[in-house]
Design a protein around this ligand. Structure first.
Ligand SMILES: NC(=O)C1=CN([C@@H]2O[C@H](COP(=O)(O)OP(=O)(O)OC[C@H]3O[C@@H](n4cnc5c(N)ncnc54)[C@H](O)[C@@H]3O)[C@@H](O)[C@H]2O)C=CC1
Ligand SMILES: O=C(CO)COP(=O)(O)O
Length: 410
């Protein structure tokens, strides 16, 4: 194989698959880093945009009287004005973020794929790009959610890895997109288990002799096996050091860990707890009630990890940004909390609030609650998760918020 780790001939091409509130924020910070480390990464960052028409209001600096209120393509607005006027308004994007409406063109030849879109859309995206990506590409999922099929629950990162035949890690933390886009400091956690075939030896070999088999455990404890194509030696490595270079910013402090399961599940399940906290506050209770719910929610989160992923879970993960920090921020200032509070105050459904108030953004807690509960019910263990079950009941209208304290009685 040509090249050596000391003299890679290629640079990594990076694509962000998704361009919502968080997708666009991550594209911004990654593009700042590809510029800062242009020896390792191609400067331009592709950002796949689910194309739609937008109208620029007259009070916007991007308003063009000649165009008026005629709808324009979101990709064309982003590439012209360097702003995602719909999902991340008033934030200047670096000019090396390139919005692309073609999914296949955006991922073509990319060696690092960052998946960042609401979890309900990932299945369709993977179906479309399968066979159209570099076999040696590596992924990072910034998606908070799980996929449930029949009685099986899967991490999004595992789902991506298995369906595309690549290795995929996970980024999750106490991260409010608008704050980070405004460069207000926070932490995040990236979980990545550099596959043995990508671990480089001192003499320019790869894999330390390992082949491309990669094993992981799914939710039912079964071993699944993906035959990985190693990252070629004429590319820089994809490991903790390189991923740190790609994501860490002065306002975005990255911790690298290897517990992909813990990081992914903490990020997904806290959205159920955030809904509970919104309902609690909408009902008129305050911080003391919310902390009781957070504590219970964290216990059920850890129990879920131990019940279904017992051999991989690491308790220290819950002390990372992806653990307690995300639980706290999600239950006090994120969208799932904010809009479930609004739904409870107005006495309307969460779906109604999502439709009328979010301008196309998604509340991941609604589908995650449904998916997690359908998995627990299929296994007959839903009563071991009273808070998750109560949240499903509140969303369905079969449980009342005022009865939450009953769950805490021994
Ligand atoms: N917004 C935030 O502060 C944070 C979000 N996250 C997670 O990031 C992930 C992505 O969320 P956001 O970027 O906030 O999204 P968002 O909720 O702001 O935007 C929705 C996105 O979905 C796209 N979309 C709509 N229909 C689609 C379809 N049929 N196929 C594909 N895409 C479609 C829209 O174009 C838009 O880009 C979620 O899992 C969320 O939990 C994680 C940390 C922070
Ligand atoms: O994950 C988040 C905070 O860490 C963002 O959560 P929301 O999707 O509820 O805004």
């Amino acid at each position: 194989m040509a090249g050596s780790p000391d003299s890679p001939r290629h640079k990594h091409k990076v694509t962000v698959v998704g361009s919502g509130n968080w997708g666009t924020t991550v594209a911004k910070l990654v593009a700042e880093n590809t510029r800062a480390h242009s020896d390792t990464f191609e400067e331009d960052v592709q950002m796949w945009v689910y194309e739609e028409n937008v109208t620029i209001p007259p009070d916007s600096p991007h308003y063009d009287a000649a165009v008026g209120d005629q709808p324009q393509k979101l990709t064309s607005v982003i590439n012209t004005h360097h702003e995602n006027v719909k999902y991340l308004p008033k934030i200047a994007l670096p000019s090396n973020v390139v919005a692309n409406p073609s999914l296949l063109d955006a991922v073509k030849d990319s060696s690092i794929l960052i998946f960042n879109l609401p979890h309900e859309f990932i299945g369709n995206v993977c179906k479309q790009i399968k066979g159209h990506i570099l076999p040696s590409a590596r992924g990072i999922s910034c998606i908070k959610g799980v996929t449930v099929t029949e009685d099986k629950v899967e991490l999004i990162s595992e789902y991506i890895g298995e369906s595309l035949g690549i290795y995929c890690g996970a980024l999750s933390g106490a991260n409010i997109a608008n704050e980070i886009a405004n460069e207000l400091w926070c932490e995040t956690t990236i979980a990545y288990n550099t596959p043995p075939c990508d671990r480089r030896g001192e003499n320019g070999t790869n894999g330390n002799g390992a082949n491309g088999d990669h094993h992981h455990r799914d939710a039912r404890g079964q071993i699944s096996k993906t035959q990985l194509t190693p990252v070629p030696l004429d590319y820089p490595p994809v490991d903790h050091a390189e991923l740190y270079k790609l994501f860490d910013r002065p306002y975005f402090t990255v911790s690298m860990v290897s517990d992909v399961v813990g990081v992914s599940l903490a990020g997904a399940l806290k959205n159920i707890v955030a809904l509970a906290c919104g309902f609690i506050e909408g009902h008129g209770w305050n911080m003391t009630a919310k902390t009781a719910v957070m504590r219970r929610g964290m216990l059920e989160t850890i129990q879920f990890c131990q019940d279904f992923f017992p051999e991989t879970i690491q308790e220290m993960t819950f002390w990372e940004s992806a653990g307690w920090s995300d639980m706290i921020v999600s239950c006090t200032s994120a969208r799932n909390w904010r809009y479930s509070k609004m739904a409870a105050e107005r006495g309307v459904s969460l779906h109604e609030v999502e439709r009328t108030e979010l301008n196309g953004q998604k509340l991941q807690g609604i589908s995650t609650t449904k998916e997690v509960m359908s998995f627990l019910k299929a296994r007959g263990v839903q009563d071991k998760y009273p808070l998750f079950k109560a949240v499903e009941g509140i969303v369905d209208g079969t449980f009342e918020v005022k009865d939450i304290p009953v769950l805490f009685r021994q």
